[in-house]
Design a protein around this ligand. Structure first.
Ligand code: F6R
Length: 273
């Protein structure tokens, strides 16, 4: 596992976008797993810039999002402030700005009439696409990946889950409050890829920024593996796993000096060829 620390959110976002762009260039028809939330917005902005200014081509890329609230789905007819679906978020923050064909991106459908069958179908679509080449992850305040809340099995698959109070509170503050929703109007369930599903990706990057994430980031990277903090599954990842942090999110890491040293050492090694 690699831990990369950058001074600012913008630098963290650039480092993440470079890794994703590297995968897209090496394999133009790659499959990317995507996350929503405030953390990857800068990364998506940088990918959009690369597309517009450098011609980064998404025409053959396929994407699968980690999660969606049950009861929400993208409705382009609705004004933005009334559509808090993750599908809408992805469309506004990334998809509408790049040349990915509509049929190539999938966000779990929170409006499905048969969520259980849908979750099975979603897994089948990932498998049919050949599996995920690179999965983008954030980390929740309670250590979740996707909506795999504390206690989720580390072998779990795509399924319907109930959200914890902590996640509801975090999301209320980040999104729903601004949109004028009351707490009662927020969805309490979601569809999420499972930890077992995420672990099958060939590579992954986990991003975190801000001092408010420092404690959970330290637990996820340096604490014991536990289903109580599902991001600790990063240690079970068989592919390449890179954690990219800004200074504030890295501030509680006990072995920060070691991670900084390791990255410098690799850079020196690469520059010598
Ligand atoms: C969203 C997702 C979540 C977020 C996490 C962090 O698709 O999978 O696990 O990554 O809740 O959210 P932010 O980035 O808003 O702090």
């Amino acid at each position: 596992m690699n831990v990369i620390v950058r001074d600012t959110y913008d630098e963290m976002s650039k480092a993440a976008a470079e890794i994703i762009a590297g995968v897209v260039k090496a394999k133009p028809n790659c499959v990317i797993g995507l996350a929503t939330g405030s953390t990857p917005i800068g990364t998506y902005k940088e990918l959009i810039r690369m597309h517009k200014e450098e011609g980064l081509d998404f025409s053959q890329v396929r994407t699968f999002n980690l999660d969606e609230y049950l009861g929400l789905g993208m409705d382009l007819g609705k004004p933005y402030h009334l559509d808090q679906s993750y599908a809408r978020f992805m469309y506004e923050e990334l998809f509408k700005h790049i040349n990915i064909p509509r049929e190539n991106w999938l966000v779990p459908d929170g409006l499905t009439e048969d969520p259980e069958a849908y979750c099975k179908w979603y897994e089948e679509q990932i498998a049919a696409a050949g599996g995920i080449d690179i999965q983008v992850l954030g980390i929740g305040g309670d250590g979740h990946w996707g909506f795999n809340e504390p206690g989720s099995s580390l072998a779990s698959r795509t399924r319907v889950v109930a959200l914890t109070q902590k996640t509801l509170d975090d999301n209320y503050e980040s999104f729903y409050k601004k949109a004028g929703f009351t707490r009662d109007q927020m969805p309490k369930f979601a569809i999420t890829m499972g930890i077992g599903t995420i672990l099958e990706a060939r590579s992954a990057i986990m991003l975190a920024n801000g001092a408010h994430k420092a404690e959970i980031v330290a637990k996820a990277i340096e604490g014991p593996i536990t289903a109580q903090i599902t991001a600790t599954a990063m240690h079970l990842f068989k592919g390449s796993m890179t954690v990219i942090l800004d200074r504030a999110a890295a501030s509680k890491l006990q072995h920060l000096d070691h991670y900084l040293h390791t990255e410098r050492a690799w850079q020196e090694m690469r520059s010598k060829g």
